[in-house]
Design a protein around this ligand. Structure first.
Ligand code: DGI
Ligand code: FE
Ligand code: FE
Length: 192
């Protein structure tokens, strides 16, 4: 699918601010894909569709979790967590994008997980560092992402966990697993 057609399809699904975020995530992901020598056209499609389900009705998303037999614990962490997993299935059913690499990256773009592929990591971190983001700590992530994407993902997980704890929000186990794995990958936990 061409960029223009893909953008037109997501534009119908998103509010203007989210659409602008999507374009920035896409440009960020393309730049990372070039640097890390991944398929740029494929990353582009994953980035364009990463928030496809963001504004779907939470009850509709819950029904997809039930009917598609997604992990049922997703329902225990608030509706924000559903748009990735549900979106990865919706793009197949509604848009005809059936590609395990693209669908995996969309599935895990909010929580991350341990053992992410480089493709997963690029979508996860592009969403976190796109130029419109101003989270505390995002500058450090931007400064390491082109030479150590494992560290960048670990920092993003750590910052997200801190943010969620600060706001007394539940934290999905995949995010903890990404954090714990990152301790080992970045040489912080010698027992890992
Ligand atoms: O969709 P975006 O806003 O571009 O970004 P995103 O997909 O990373 O979603 C961010 C939201 O998801 C934000 O409100 C925090 C929430 N979130 C991220 N990780 C977790 C989480 N919420 C819960 N409850 N648990 C998590 O582990
Ligand atoms: Fe998202
Ligand atoms: Fe996003």
């Amino acid at each position: 699918m061409e960029r223009k057609q893909a953008l037109a399809l997501v534009k119908e699904q998103l509010r203007p601010k989210r659409y602008e975020h999507t374009v920035r995530v896409t440009d960020t992901a393309i730049s990372l894909a070039r640097h890390y020598k991944l398929d740029v056209k494929k990353i582009e499609i994953a980035a364009i569709f990463h928030d496809y389900a963001k504004y779907r009705n939470p009850n509709e998303m819950k029904r997809w979790v039930l009917s598609e037999k997604l992990p049922q614990d997703l329902l225990e962490y608030g509706p924000e967590l559903l748009h990735g997993p549900v979106g990865s299935i919706m793009i197949e059913k509604e848009v005809g994008i059936k590609d395990p690499e693209i669908q995996s990256a969309i599935y895990y773009h909010t929580t991350g997980k341990r053992n992410m592929s480089l493709f997963d990591q690029i979508i996860f971190i592009a969403d976190y560092i796109e130029p419109g983001r101003s989270f505390p700590g995002v500058e450090e992530v931007r400064s390491v992402v082109y030479h150590d994407i494992n560290k960048a993902c670990w920092l993003a997980a750590r910052n997200t966990i801190e943010f969620l704890m600060e706001h007394e929000q539940p934290i999905y186990p995949d995010t903890f697993q990404l954090y714990n794995e990152g301790l080992v990958k970045t040489g912080r936990n010698v027992n890992g």
